[in-house]
Ligand binder design. Sequence first.
Ligand SMILES: C[S@@+](CC[C@H](N)C(=O)[O-])C[C@H]1O[C@@H](n2cnc3c(N)ncnc32)[C@H](O)[C@@H]1O
Length: 278
Amino acid sequence: MSYEIFCGDSVKILPQITTKVDLTFMDPPFNQQKAYTLHNDDMPPEQYWDMMKDVCRNIYDLTNEGGCLYFMQREKNTESVLRVMRETGWEFQNLIIWKKRTSAVPMKGKYGKQYQIIVYAAKGGRAKTFNRLRINPEPPSNYKFKRKNGIFVTDVWDDVRELTSGYFAGNEALRNKAGERFHKQQAPLALLLRIILTSTRVGDVVLDPFSGTGTTAVVALQTRRNSILVEIDPENIACIKSRLGNVRDADIIQRYYQDYTCTENLPEIWGGDFVGWR
Ligand SMILES: C[S@@+](CC[C@H](N)C(=O)[O-])C[C@H]1O[C@@H](n2cnc3c(N)ncnc32)[C@H](O)[C@@H]1O
């Protein structure tokens, strides 16, 4: 399987890409004044959403018919995400609630925040690939019957643990020599795994236009999907190359296989045993 890495601004790079893609995972900076080296995370809202629109339109043009886009954002921006996707041709499928395990943020005068949204949309009515994954979470304590074969994954994802700040982020979080998080927005492998297994087949092409530490490619490679990554910061590009070149135990996804064993055709969806890194 191949991966291609572009260093630069997605707004400029995407129109130059000629390979057609089947799935895009979009996890851009949220314009919430975070310290990015080469990105202004404090744009006037109109400018920020114009940029998101430009990116969504370019992804649409690059996507095969029936391909899809997962756009992750803060819950307060749901309306803008839906508008931008609709105006660039994407057809809405689901509003996924990614419920955080530990990082609820208290708010003054309103309910605390405990989830992020991921809008899932397709090019042309319906997605050409939608593998219905089954999981088997602990049943509620008052549940009377034993489940025989798990349950289908729904649009509320409360079983994917976020990489929180500090020690609790665990081994999966990349760290610098001082032990600090290398990239505070690194996404969990389990999140990308669910998206890639659901929405692609072996051999498909996955695009990540704001790829950070390259989590998308780490999962794509192990599930035999191809990937295209764009990232503006050369330090992150170096991190991606090192992450893909010198694999860490914490990046091996095989440990998640057991979560999905109730899924029909799982070996085929998963892509068999990945032999490249072991
Ligand atoms: C929220 S982070 C993505 C984290 C990623 N999902 C991961 O697992 O590591 C957004 C990334 O987009 C990058 N970025 C910001 N503006 C960009 C642009 N115009 N083009 C490409 N990348 C950009 C940032 O440097 C940052 O690494």
